[in-house]
Ligand binder design. Sequence first.
Ligand code: HEC
Length: 195
Amino acid sequence: MRLLKMKGWCIAFSFTSLSIALASCGAGHHSQPDTIYMPDMVYSPAFKAQQEGAMRMPVKGTIPRNFTPYAYAKDPEAAGRELKNPFHRTAKVFARGQALFNTYCIVCHGPAGEGDGTIVPKFPRPPSLQSDKVRTWPDGRIYHVISMGQNLMPSYASQIDVSDRWAIIHYVRALQRSKHPTPEDLKVAAAAAKQ
Ligand code: HEC
């Protein structure tokens, strides 16, 4: 399958080993799906088979089932308006989001999302996820960035499935509230810590 057309260079992350490799990005398939990021993969599977029964079904229309194309590729604002987080912020979802954030996002965005990940400044410092801008973004707007990427940030659609993206967003919200926790936030965090 060496039919790749070079479209320039992208940074690809191998999150299992936390090593970073430069890899060419192009359309098509290749032999190392775990280590190479594919920008064209904005089509996402719905739930993993074993999650289908295990997790609450989402509100109709919020999550494409099977391989429905992502409908908001060109309209981040509509994604923000229309896509709703289908999960409640349970301790389980929170813990999942935390683990995923620490796998996929922390390297650039830092432990509290302030843009101080370990890769900075080799990779340009991302804007803070604690900004007024991102704090006031609806969940669907953050979902859009994870799904599509944004400028230097690559899409994570091929690596993080739909339900996991929403779990990460819950965790980002918790990070944002961490400076001014509500009583409810404290309860959730305490429950997660006991797990
Ligand atoms: C390779 C480094 C990198 C990784 C990994 C990464 N990001 Fe980003 N992220 C960036 C950069 C750089 C930007 C700014 C892009 C731009 O200039 O518009 C950004 C922007 C964002 C924004 C928009 C912020 C704004 O003010 O416009 C959000 C939200 C975001 N990232 C969330 C995440 C989440 C959640 C993850 C994990 C799933 C993640 N990012 C993983 C580098 C990264």
